[in-house]
Ligand binder design. Structure first.
Ligand code: DGL
Length: 278
């Protein structure tokens, strides 16, 4: 495969990855905040969902994706997946200490500050809830707050099938959110990058005064700070040509790019990750 290391440092792309289309909610925040930056997005749709895999499996899948993104010459990598960040962000940083990684975590810290009832609903995957990283986060920021957790079984799949406006999705969200509200939750954390796709439905179900936290804009700001501090922000004024890759099914990504950005002309490419299907 061609390596892109000949491209000057600041003009190199930013790699963004997830198990599927969820990380596009983060990529979209990056498009808004850093319009000069080229994004190479990879959704590992051949292996989705990550949420019910072991941490070792998610780490191995993530490593292959990172190798691919580094081959493409990426100057920084956004792990736009809470599950992969929870499973392997530390391992990624120790394997590639020279690479700036921007990871994700459920927004427990801001939620603990925002809640007035002291009860927060956390929507994430089983993998994220099981991780040490999440346990540490709870220990550090949520000692005085009750976190009501739900692994939202089936939600990622419905979103990947673009069944966002489907009654099944609303029913599932009601079954997740009603008990949280009944327990007194007034703040809800979107702890999986797929869930902002259904934020409008969540908002419709819960009380208007309640808070929903989507961390994507904060991740984009964090990326900007990291690039600034490393003097890696792209000074170009040209609109970059982003690249979108899906390791398996491509239809969902084509739909999601169009849904989020309004762009209809996007081609979804196949990455070489060394899986048997490649
Ligand atoms: N989008 C991913 C996350 O943020 C996980 C979805 C999956 O289970 O694959 O956790």
């Amino acid at each position: 495969m061609q390596s892109n290391h000949s491209v000057p440092g600041k003009e190199r792309a930013i790699g963004v990855f997830d198990s599927g289309i969820g990380g596009l909610t983060v990529a979209n925040a990056v498009f808004d905040l850093l319009p000069a930056e080229k994004i190479i997005y990879l959704g590992d749709t051949a292996n989705i969902p990550y949420g019910n895999k072991t941490a070792d499996q998610v780490r191995d899948l993530s490593f292959r994706i990172i190798e691919f993104l580094l081959q493409k010459g990426c100057k920084a990598i956004v792990v736009a997946c809470n599950t992969a960040s929870a499973a392997a962000l530390d391992a990624m940083r120790s394997k590639w200490p020279e690479v700036p990684f921007i990871g994700m975590e459920p927004a427990v810290k801001p939620a603990a500050k925002l809640t007035k009832t002291g009860k927060v609903g956390v929507l994430a995957t089983a993998g994220t809830f099981k991780s040490q990283r999440y346990a540490k986060l709870m220990h550090a920021y949520a000692k005085d707050v009750t976190m009501i957790e739900n692994p939202c079984v089936g939600l990622v799949k419905l979103i990947e099938q673009h069944k966002i406006e489907h009654p099944e999705t609303r029913e599932l969200l009601e079954s997740i959110l009603r008990p949280m509200e009944a327990e007194g939750a007034d703040t809800f954390v979107l702890g999986c990058t797929h869930y902002p796709f259904v934020e409008h439905i969540i908002r419709d179900i819960i009380d208007e005064a309640e808070h929903i936290i989507n961390p994507a804009p904060a991740v984009a700001r964090q990326l900007k700070r990291r690039l600034e501090s490393l003097d890696l922000l792209n000074p170009s004024t040209e609109i970059p040509q982003h690249e979108f890759y899906a390791s398996g099914e491509k239809e969902a990504m084509k739909w999601a790019v169009e849904y989020l950005t309004g762009r209809e002309d996007v081609e979804i490419l196949t990455p070489y990750l060394g899986y048997p299907s490649n």
